[in-house]
Design a protein around this ligand. Structure first.
Ligand SMILES: NC(=O)c1ccc[n+]([C@@H]2O[C@H](COP(=O)([O-])OP(=O)(O)OC[C@H]3O[C@@H](n4cnc5c(N)ncnc54)[C@H](O)[C@@H]3O)[C@@H](O)[C@H]2O)c1
Length: 249
C-alpha cells in the first residue's frame, strides 16, 4: 500500500514523539519527508531512521516560532524535493503545567503561545502558497484534547483551542483551491512529553481514558497519514479526536 506515493511531506517537531513516528509512517507510505526540528541531534536521527527504510528524508533545523526560520523550512523543502504536498504542523511544548492561571508566568505564556499557536499559523502562512503552486495540498495541525476541553495549564489549553480555530479559518479560506486543512486532537500519548510527568500524575491522566491506556505515537501517526491521503478527500476543517474516548465522557 502506498497512500502517499511520491508526496512531499513537511513535519515540524519531527525529531521526537508523534512527529518522528509520523515521519516514519509517511515514508512507509511512499512519501519524501522534510524533518523540521529545533534540535539537530534528534532531527538527524529521525532522518537516519527514515533513510534506513530506503525512503528519502532531509533534516531542516528551525525554530518554527520564528517567521524567517519557518519560511526557510518551507523554501528548503521545496528546494530539496521540488514541491510541497502535505504538512503536519506538530511541534509543541507544555510549560509549568501544574501552575494555576493566576500564578502562571508571562514568559511561559508567551513561549507556549509562540510555539503551539503562532508557529502553526506561520507554518500555514508559508506552506499554503507552496501548496497552491503544486496545485493543492493537505495540512494537518496537531491540537490536543486540550483544544476542546480544559485540564492542563491555561497557556497550553488556550494555545490548543487556538489551533482548532486556526484550522477552521484556514480550511474555509482555501477549500475551493484544493487545500484541505484538518486537525488531530490526541489524548495522552506515550512520548517524552508525557514521560516528563510525575508518575502519579501520569496514572491520573491514563485513568481519564476510557480505553484504559495512553496512545502510542504510531496511533496518532496513522491518523495523520490517512488525513494526508486521498482516502480522506472529503475532510475539510475536521477536528479529529484520537483520544481513546477521553472527550466522550
Ligand atoms: N504527548 C502527549 O500526550 C500529547 C497529547 C496531545 C497532543 N500532543 C501534541 O503533540 C505534539 C507532539 O508532541 P510529542 O508528545 O510528540 O512531543 P515531544 O516533546 O516528544 O516532541 C516535540 C518535538 O518538537 C520539537 N520542538 C519544540 N519546540 C520547537 C520549536 N520551537 N521549533 C521546532 N521544533 C520544536 C522538539 O525538539 C521535539 O523534537 C505537540 O503539539 C503536543 O502538544 C501531545
Amino acid at each position: 500500500m502506498s497512500l502517499l506515493k511520491q508526496k512531499v511531506v513537511l513535519i515540524t517537531g519531527a525529531g521526537s514523539g508523534v512527529g518522528r513516528m509520523t515521519a516514519l509512517a509517511c515514508a512507509r507510505e511512499g512519501a519524501r519527508v522534510a524533518v523540521v526540528d529545533l534540535d539537530a541531534a534528534s532531527g538527524e536521527e529521525t532522518v537516519r531512521l527514515v533513510q534506513a527504510t530506503e525512503a528519502e528524508a532531509v533534516f531542516i533545523q528551525a525554530d518554527v516560532s520564528q517567521a524567517e526560520e519557518m519560511e526557510a523550512a518551507v523554501r528548503r523543502t521545496v528546494a530539496a524535493f521540488g514541491r510541497l504536498d502535505c504538512a503536519f504542523n506538530n511541534a509543541g511544548i507544555v510549560l509549568d503545567e501544574q501552575v494555576r492561571l493566576a500564578d502562571y508566568e508571562e514568559a511561559a505564556w508567551n513561549k507556549t503561545l509562540a510555539v503551539n499557536l503562532s508557529a502553526v499559523w506561520l507554518g500555514m502562512k508559508y506552506e499554503i502558497p507552496a501548496m497552491l503552486r503544486a496545485g493543492g495540498g493537505v495540512i494537518v495541525n496537531n491540537a490536543s484534547v486540550m483544544g476542546v476541553v480544559g485540564g492542563c495549564c491555561c497557556a497550553y489549553v488556550a494555545s490548543k483551542h487556538g489551533v482548532i480555530g486556526l484550522t477552521k479559518a484556514g480550511a474555509l479560506e482555501y477549500a475551493k483551491e484544493g487545500i484541505r486543512i484538518n486537525a488531530v486532537c490526541p489524548g495522552g500519548i506515550e512520548t517524552p512529553m508525557m514521560a516528563a510527568l510525575a508518575p502519579d500524575e501520569r496514572d491520573r491522566v491514563t485513568a481519564m481514558h476510557p480505553i484504559g491506556r495512553l496512545a502510542k505515537a504510531e496511533e496518532i501517526a496513522e491518523t495523520v497519514v490517512w488525513l494526508c491521503s486521498d482516502r480522506a478527500s472529503f475532510l475539510c476543517g475536521s477536528i479529529v479526536m484520537v483520544d481513546g474516548g477521553y472527550t466522550i465522557q
